[in-house]
Write a protein that binds this ligand. Structure first.
Ligand code: RIB
Ligand code: CA
Length: 315
């Protein structure tokens, strides 16, 4: 399965990237970077660092948007992902550089060269995907599927009481992406807040004397402390890695097909609102003629956590 991964590394992005790199079923054609957990400059450096740690500096990194399509960047979240976006890890200057091609152009060129074969995995705000769709509407016909870590259909948010962080970072882009017509699966808080990777599993993943395990050994302690203090759990919730688990073991998830809108106003800004059950004709106007999104509503959390540990201990 050919992938483009759009990412804002980010500790859990690093876990997802290393998990994908350790999975022979997956072929990463490139990364595209975006603001979110940190600035785009930082997320790009982190993406390059992660690929170098995995010995995959051959994978191209295309730099994407530095701000949302219609608002200002909310700013980094050092309290979650650390000052440099990778937890307590000492900042390193990557030896490699991104390619000159902007993210949206890289996405279009790559899906055009591989029609119907490329899955876009979005691990950050959906700005780059919205720009790609705006510049090249045919991407919707050319991709195999889009898998988004983001949103919250039937549960509260994590960035605000109503909104999940990736969607909250660019609600306008998300509303465009969920309405564009490409096949989209939403792996949101409805399932990722059910998937706990325990402290013991983290210890097993970070034990090996390898560069990827060493990177996670530096990055994870601060991230783990955030969850222990805010969610009072032992370990972490698996947000971004859940998308990779979905690609590898889709049967571990159950989905519902709903049209989605994204709130862009008021204190609910960033909330993903499904219309449950109506036919298109009976749907309220805002949801009429919207494509159906496969929203993950259930998960075998034990199976997913085991899959994440299994792949990350192969690095
Ligand atoms: O809400 C979790 C999402 O926001 C994850 O992608 C995390 O990396 C942050 O980007
Ligand atoms: Ca992310």
């Amino acid at each position: 399965m050919k992938l483009i991964i759009d990412t804002d590394p980010g500790v859990d992005d690093a876990m997802a990237l290393l998990m994908a790199l350790a999975s022979p079923e997956l072929e990463i054609l490139g990364l595209t970077t975006v603001f979110g957990n940190a600035t785009t400059e930082t997320t790009t450096a982190n993406a390059l660092t992660i690929l170098e740690a995995a010995g995959r500096a051959d994978i191209p990194v295309a730099v994407g948007a530095t701000k949302p399509i219609a608002s200002n960047y909310l700013g980094p979240v050092p309290q979650v992902h650390g000052a440099n976006g990778l937890g307590g890890m000492t900042p390193t200057t990557p030896a490699t550089s991104p390619i000159d091609e902007p993210a949206a152009d890289f996405i279009h060129r790559t899906v055009t060269a591989n029609p119907g074969q490329v899955t876009i995995v979005a691990l950050g705000p959906l700005t780059n995907l919205a720009v790609a769709f705006d510049h090249y509407p045919d991407v919707c016909e050319l991709v195999r599927q889009v898998v988004v870590m983001g949103g919250n259909a039937l549960v509260p948010g994590n960035a605000t009481p109503t909104a999940e962080a990736n969607i909250n970072n660019d609600p306008e882009a998300a509303d465009l992406v969920f309405g564009a017509g490409w096949p989209v699966t939403m792996v949101g808080l409805d399932v990722t807040h059910q998937i706990n990777l325990t402290g013991d599993a983290i210890d097993r993943i970070t034990a090996p004397d390898t560069a990827p395990a060493g990177l996670l050994r530096s990055a994870l302690p601060a991230y783990r402390s955030f969850f222990e203090q805010t969610n009072h759990i032992d370990g972490i919730y698996l947000h971004d890695p859940a998308t990779i688990a979905y690609l590898l073991q889709p049967d571990a998830f159950t989905t519902q097909a709903w049209p989605l809108r994204v709130e862009t106003e008021s204190f609910s800004r960033g909330k993903t609102w499904p219309n449950l059950g109506d036919t298109d004709e009976a749907a309220p106007a805002a949801w009429q003629h919207r494509p159906l999104i496969d929203v993950c509503t259930g998960v075998n959390a034990t199976q997913v956590a085991a899959a994440v540990e299994d792949r990350l201990t192969r690095t």
